[in-house]
Design a protein around this ligand. Structure first.
Ligand code: MEV
Length: 435
């Protein structure tokens, strides 16, 4: 079968591209030309991208944009966002402007603790395992010192080491839970190295202390992306008479807004979409700042279900003194040193534009982007509906998909200023224009 290849990763980039184009592309010439177009002309820059992953053939561009005018804890930011969805940056910028003269955004770090586990099988007497663990706890900690020394110098390190009986959840299952402070690093490599070292020390000591067929067994060692103690809060607050959105006045707007957020608290179908809107802002900053959006996504949605039901990550209320208080609480394990932050030129620029934030600063900025996004989405939903703004922003995509020229785009953007945008309407207007 020509579709199966061995030793692929050892081939040169050109050989890989040739093989792929000849074997799988419907138009090999076109595929090869595209790989070329999406390769950076500066070989040094291209090499950085090639080496992020294996089997790189070209680059995949997403827009790098800026949402300006964010007042966060009295400091103004222009927030870098990397995202493909047309209305996201516009909505963030609009929300930033909206809150600019209402005190801006406020934030607070609730915690920065990361966590990882050595997962164990053990079917013997629990007391014996706990006695063994207690007797060696100090030695286990000492065994991690060479790895944690430099993190300790930066004020971080291992905060706790605990054996936990999980047999109520799964027969014979225990784990050693470690908590970490990783300062400005996201810390995945540090955490995983510590866990693997601990697993090795644990195995050796267990071999000495237990009979071969009774010894606890290490199943695996890995950090957790569930970080319920690495959490940031962001909020906005202002008297309801200062509110008003798309012609809906203060008190009415505040009531509709709070009701929409309450629905997302109560109903998982709505909560998922509500939180997706929050993640539009969060992911865009997480990607721009070179962080791991899959880790963030996994942890955020687990946090949204922490009481057993999936709920909104934001809360809104009208306070007794008639203010709207709107708040996001979200777990964000982010880093501003190490990983991609030291490698990707655009990530370095994004962090420079944010004034070289600490990991805590970046948690705050990112949470604000999520809160702003949610404010924009919910405000539109309870007033004009989402499609008006969304389709306006999407108009250029629709025109590009139809191959519109620059002058056609200009004419039709003006034409749709006061009309409803839809795929059919755009096709019709373009064909009229062309006749
Ligand atoms: C679209 O990307 C996001 C929204 O669906 C979010 C929401 O419904 O709150 C508009």
């Amino acid at each position: 079968m020509k579709e199966i290849i061995s030793g692929f990763s050892k081939k040169s980039k050109e050989e890989k591209a040739q093989w792929l184009a000849q074997t799988f592309a419907s138009d090999p010439e076109k595929a090869l030309a595209l790989f070329k177009t999406y390769t950076h002309p500066n070989p040094e820059i291209q090499e950085i991208h090639d080496e992020f992953i294996e089997n790189t053939l070209a680059n995949y561009y997403l827009p790098f944009a800026i949402a300006p005018n964010f007042l966060i804890d009295q400091k103004v930011y222009a927030i870098p966002m990397v995202i493909e969805e047309s209305s996201v940056v516009a909505a963030a910028s609009k929300a930033a402007k909206f809150w600019l003269d209402k005190g801006g955004f406020h934030t607070e770090i609730v915690g920065t603790e990361k966590v990882g586990h050595v997962h164990l099988n053990y079917f013997g007497e629990p007391k014996q395992l706990f006695a063994f663990f207690d007797a060696h706890r100090e030695a286990f900690m000492q065994g991690l010192k060479p790895l944690s020394a430099s993190m300790e110098k930066r004020g971080g390190g291992i905060k706790s080491l605990e054996l936990v009986d999980k047999t109520a959840a799964l027969d014979g299952y225990y784990h050693i839970a470690l908590t970490f402070e990783t300062k400005d690093a996201m810390g995945a490599n540090f955490i995983n190295s510590c866990l693997e070292q601990l697993a090795q020390d644990f195995r050796l000591k267990a071999q000495e202390a237990f009979k071969a067929d009774e010894a606890p067994e290490v199943v695996m060692s890995i950090l957790s992306n569930y970080v319920p103690n690495c959490v940031v809060r962001a909020w906005v607050r202002c008297p309801i008479e200062q509110l008003g959105y798309e012609g809906v006045e203060g008190a009415e707007f505040a009531a509709k807004f709070c009701r929409a957020v309450a629905i997302a608290q109560a109903e998982p179908y709505r909560a998922v979409t509500h939180n997706k809107g929050i993640m539009n802002g969060i992911d865009a900053v997480v990607i721009a700042s070179g962080n791991d959006f899959r880790a963030v996504e996994a942890g955020v949605h687990a946090y949204a279900s922490r009481d057993g039901q999936y709920r909104s990550l934001t809360k809104a209320e009208i306070t007794p003194d008639q203010e709207l208080h709107f708040e996001l609480e979200i777990p964000l394990a982010l880093g501003t040193v190490g990983g991609l932050t030291a490698l990707h030129p655009m990530v370095k620029l994004a962090l420079d534009l944010l004034d070289h934030p600490s990991a805590e600063d970046l948690m705050k900025i990112t949470a604000v982007a999520g809160l702003a996004q949610n404010f924009g989405a919910v405000s539109s939903l309870v007033t004009t509906g989402i499609q008006k703004g969304h389709m306006k922003m999407h108009l250029l995509n629709l025109l590009n998909a139809e191959g519109a020229s620059a002058s056609e785009k200009e004419t039709l953007t003006a034409h749709f200023k006061d009309k409803t945008v839809s795929s059919a309407a755009v096709k019709e207007a373009l064909s009229q224009l062309r006749q």
